[in-house]
Design a protein. Sequence first.
Length: 177
Amino acid sequence: MSPETLTLRLESAPTTARVVPGGLDALVKRCMAQARAEGERDASQRAAKAFEAAVAKLEASQTEAADALARNAVQLAVEIARTLVRVEIDAGRHELEKIVRESLAASGVGRGAAQVHLHPADHALVADVRWRSGTVVEADDAVQRGDVHISTPQGLLVREIQDSLRAIHERLLGELA
């Protein structure tokens, strides 16, 4: 730019003047460099904010994924346990006599009368076991394999495998929270 071709329009009369080292071309270059530096700084700040937002979103996704993984692991573990328990029950390897005796002890009936209801296949497994007097063990088609229902004068005690597995599942999920 040369002074001969430069036309300036001023909105008001100038009140002061100064000499710019290097002339108008140098002033324009400095102004352009300053504008470029401000633009780059603004772009860097916007990029930094976008990066921080992306990091926060990634951290939230990571936390959500870890929580989902833990819940899925609990679900898988309980389903594996359910399958293993069912296999052991179907094979008759579930220590039914011990389960019945523990259930009787938990019933609070002491030496009182109790009717134990078992699935017919389970009943056959303990048919030869001697129980305390007042305890009658009966086959009951309404009871699932591995479950024990005890009727006493105080009420009914029900020990069911599915309820136990459900309680374990809920407890494990509760521990994740």
